[in-house]
Design a protein around this ligand. Structure first.
Ligand code: FES
Ligand SMILES: [Fe+2]
Length: 428
């Protein structure tokens, strides 16, 4: 049983500061959430071939995500079965085997031990099967997104995603061949603060007009008021954008209804924009070129799969807690399989925009919250902003106006239920 009174700490319209600042709670989160629910590891296209691998960290557990010679994917714990050292230090690569740098034990890329080095002294005493590398007991994927859990009792990944999976489908189905490709490296940002500050913000349509003021004004000057990010400038409560709160803490902020008929027209300036627009229209024709250009920017959603996967515009963001006060946000550019090369090139260019000109605003807000929350005498954080027309459908999905704090409450309430559970994690 948990010794925390979760119903006290997370209430209908407020959350206790200790949920963000208590070290013991942070440690429990790494156990019960990262590893205890379905946690995103990487995209299938990052390990496309037999023997490819990528290393990731899931709630302090170093993992090697491998594709073995049969094409099966494993989430191997990157911890030597000898004395516990991390075996693979590379970020990614291709290898049939991994050799521990400490005493040279070697393992296959499905985790099976090949042998301890200089085995003579182990003779008759060495139980090989007991020294295979451990693995996450369950690895499942959805539309190329690979997740793992150490909790054998959790529902299937599809059931965990629930109605949020439809929005993953929308996002991926924009690709002419209905697949996305992640192969362009990553932009890694760090902020000084708790990881959930990023979650508080993930579907927050309320902060845009203030935290992103310079971006809103610049967009309005370029595109005219009332479109793109500038829709937030006038009366954000009445914007046609909306938020959704799904079961299990997943959330959505849907910008598309506020973006006018063309998303491409709303995209901010980028190097080569005019040149490539012209080139694509000459190559594909005016009409087909114009509709291909609509695939370059994001789809107009922030879709957030609890606890660590965010689909933002045309990118993937992974939330990686490093310490209670240190969080990495890792942005991966994506290509659309089957799209024209110049469209995919523009996607890369657009991918440089928000992390540099928008995300920096958010990171500053997270750090300001973190500093303010150090005031131990003030206990509560307000989460009460609620539109009168909030509606919950039969699938348990709540829809509300974009400035409603429903997504914030939704993920915290799911979090509370996950944190109440007894820990049942295990390795395979
Ligand atoms: S810790 Fe890996 S071989 Fe010794
Ligand atoms: Fe923001």
């Amino acid at each position: 049983m948990s010794r925390f009174d979760w119903d006290y700490l997370i209430q209908k319209d407020r959350v206790h500061r200790s949920v963000y600042t208590d070290e013991k709670i942070f440690r429990l989160e790494m156990e019960k959430l990262f590893g205890g629910v379905w946690t995103y590891l990487c995209h299938a296209s990052e390990i496309p071939n037999e023997n490819d691998f990528k290393t990731v960290t899931v709630g302090f557990r170093p993992l090697i995500v491998t594709r073995d010679k049969n094409g099966d994917v494993h989430a191997i714990v990157n911890r030597c079965s000898h004395r516990g050292a991390v075996i693979c230090k590379a970020k990614s690569g291709s290898s049939t085997r991994f050799t521990c740098p400490y005493h040279g034990w070697t393992f296959r890329n499905d985790g099976k031990i090949m042998g301890p080095s200089f085995p003579k002294l182990y003779e008759n005493t060495f139980d090989r099967d007991a020294h295979n590398l451990s693995k996450a007991p369950r690895v499942e994927s959805y539309r190329g997104f690979i997740f793992a859990t150490f909790n054998e009792e959790i529902v299937s990944l599809v059931d965990y995603l629930g109605p949020a999976a439809t929005y993953i489908d929308h996002w991926v189905d924009r690709a002419p061949e209905k697949e996305i490709i992640v192969d362009a490296g990553a932009y890694r940002g760090l902020y000084h603060g708790n990881w959930k500050l990023a979650w508080d913000n993930a579907a927050d349509g309320y902060h845009v007009n203030f935290a992103h003021r310079s971006l809103v004004e610049m967009t309005a000057i370029r595109n005219g008021a009332g479109q793109g990010a500038s829709y937030m400038g006038s009366d954000p409560d009445d914007s046609p954008m909306y938020v959704k709160q799904f079961p299990n803490g997943h959330t959505l902020l849907h910008h598309r209804p506020g973006m006018g008929p063309s998303i491409w027209r709303q995209a901010r300036p980028m190097p080569g924009r005019e040149f490539y627009e012209d080139k694509i229209k000459r190559k594909l024709g005016e009409e087909a070129g114009a509709s291909a250009l609509e695939l370059a920017p994001g789809y107009g959603v922030n879709l957030n799969i609890f606890p660590n996967l965010l689909l933002l515009a045309n990118q993937i963001q992974v939330v990686e807690p490093i310490a209670i006060d240190k969080t990495a946000l890792i942005w991966h550019a994506t290509r659309l399989k089957g799209a024209d090369d110049d469209i995919n090139l523009l996607r890369m260019r657009i991918g440089e925009d928000f992390p540099n000109f928008g995300e920096v605003d958010d990171l500053e807000m997270f750090e300001l919250c973190w500093r303010g929350l150090q005031t131990s005498e003030i206990e509560w954080i307000n989460t009460s902003r609620r539109a009168p027309e909030e509606q919950v459908d039969e699938a348990g999905v709540l829809t509300a106006t974009a400035t409603d704090e429903a997504p914030l409450r939704g993920f915290l309430h799911a979090y509370r239920e996950f944190m109440k559970r007894d820990s049942v994690n295990a390795v395979a």
